[in-house]
Design a protein around this ligand. Structure first.
Ligand code: HAM
Length: 427
């Protein structure tokens, strides 16, 4: 068989699954503390959803979407990101009508982008994202940013740099757009064909072009920060002020434009500094998207959110040698001698597991010595031996692996006994 895993995807094998579960738990914990509730949306959506929200001129929509026709001739797309789906669901389920606004939501799930795979850039990757929809209080911008920074801090990642920018409101953006057109138009022949198209449709996208990033006109392009009107300026000042009050350091980068079209006002990314991380240094990205809910047919409901990928987080933890040490293993391994005892062990296992004990036994007809080895490999805290003599006497011999201490326990009370032993061990 020569069937291989598709390019840009990965198997998460059991020995790595523990760290994913650990991170999942951290996500649920921090979101509960910040009062964000989980939302789960489909993995595919109507293609138009992403064209309208992420934007027709973005790389994601033009080059990276997994789009297909279903058997009913509908154009569907594997989601390249989560915000569009959350906003669609917010509108479709009339969440804007609920008394509690903003609606604070989070999600964890696979996203799909047809990108050139390299380390930290996958075709299927898992995003953790949050979206707060329904408020334009700058304090919610600060909250969302704080949540992401705290998440990384609690997991143990260091050397993070928060980069901030403001893309301004509609009026500021229009003024900036005109300035960008004036700046690039006389020299647009020097730019790639994508940028030539972007000039009139969405000149901000030129600043995000990977092909033309070294053109000197990029550095001299008009900065959005010089075109912010008073309201946008004040908004940005308040967000910065709140972050400073929370002791969250940041740097301002007027060149941060983000790769999706729905943003305005606050935009941010978290980068990682330090050696050994390669070309991919952006861990997380997000921003404000006032107007997106209206675009999807809902009432005015300003939103803000971020997303980060778990793959890049794990990569960063690995380069910093900061992967958490997880205690993996079972509570007890039941070793049995002979068929009758092996059968009795199966019954006992059932009772142990029902009592909440992590337990296993041999299913490969192994000799006793090999069963002990298996217990070691499984990192069992206890091993119990069940042979004909013990079974007929209604007893079992229990051994604590660390101390080597042995004890005989009545079979009848065994599950309860194990439960209380483990409870004591945990103290
Ligand atoms: P994004 O910047 O396209 O924003 O992606 C956010 C994060 O997803 C990136 O910073 C990176 O960690 C991760 N990511 C993106 N592409 C890949 C890839 N090919 N392989 C591995 N990781 C990747 C969004 O997706 C927006 N929806 C964020 C947002 C939420 N804005 C507002 N709310």
């Amino acid at each position: 068989m020569d069937i291989r895993i598709p390019r840009g995807t990965q198997d998460i094998l059991p020995q790595e699954a523990g760290i994913w579960q650990f991170i999942d738990q951290k996500i649920h914990d921090i979101c509960a503390r910040y009062n964000y509730r989980e939302i789960r949306t489909p993995i595919f959506e109507q293609t138009e959803l992403f064209q309208r929200s992420v934007g027709d001129t973005t790389d994601i929509v033009q080059k990276e979407m997994y789009t297909f026709k279903d058997r009913g001739d509908r154009s569907l797309t594997l989601r390249p990101e989560g915000t569009a789906s959350v906003v669609r669901s917010y509108v479709e389920n009339k969440m804007f009508g609920s008394a509690q606004q903003p609606e604070k939501l989070y999600y964890v799930g696979p996203m799909f982008r047809y990108e050139r795979p390299q380390s930290g850039r996958m075709r299927q990757f898992v995003q953790f994202g949050v979206e707060a929809i329904g408020s334009s209080d700058p304090a919610i911008d600060a909250e969302v940013i704080a949540l992401s920074m705290e998440f990384y801090r609690e997991i143990g990642l260091k050397g993070l740099k928060l980069v901030l920018n403001s893309l301004g409101d509609k009026e500021s953006r229009t003024a900036h757009r005109d300035a960008l057109i004036n700046h690039f138009e006389p020299y647009i022949e020097e730019f790639c064909s994508d940028c030539q198209q972007r000039l009139k449709k969405n000149p901000l996208r030129i600043l995000d072009c990977k092909k033309d990033k070294d053109n000197p006109l990029m550095d001299t392009a008009p900065s959005i920060l010089d075109y912010l009107n008073e309201e946008s300026q004040n908004y940005f000042e308040t967000v910065k002020d709140l972050l400073s009050k929370m002791d969250i350091d940041y740097v301002i980068d007027p060149g941060l434009v983000r790769g999706l079209d729905y943003y305005n006002n606050t935009a941010f990314e978290i980068m990682i500094e330090g050696e050994g991380f390669g070309a991919i240094t952006t861990l997380m990205g997000g921003g404000r998207y006032n107007g997106l809910v209206e675009e999807m047919g809902g009432p005015e409901s300003p939103g803000i959110g971020f997303a980060l990928s778990i793959e890049r987080l794990i990569m960063a933890l690995k380069t910093q040698d900061a992967l958490p040490e997880l205690q993996e293993g079972i509570d007890i391994y039941l070793a049995a001698i002979g068929d009758a005892s092996s059968q009795a062990a199966s019954e006992l296992l059932f009772d142990l597991r029902r009592a909440g004990v992590k337990a296993d036994k041999d299913y490969m007809n192994k000799k006793l010595k090999a069963q002990f080895k298996a217990a070691d490999r499984l990192n069992a805290k206890y091993t119990a031996v069940l042979g004909d003599n013990e079974r007929l006497a209604g007893k079992i011999t229990l051994k604590e692996m660390k101390s080597g201490e042995q004890m005989e326990i009545s079979l009848k009370d065994f599950p309860e006994h194990m439960k209380s032993l483990l409870r004591e061990d945990a103290r």
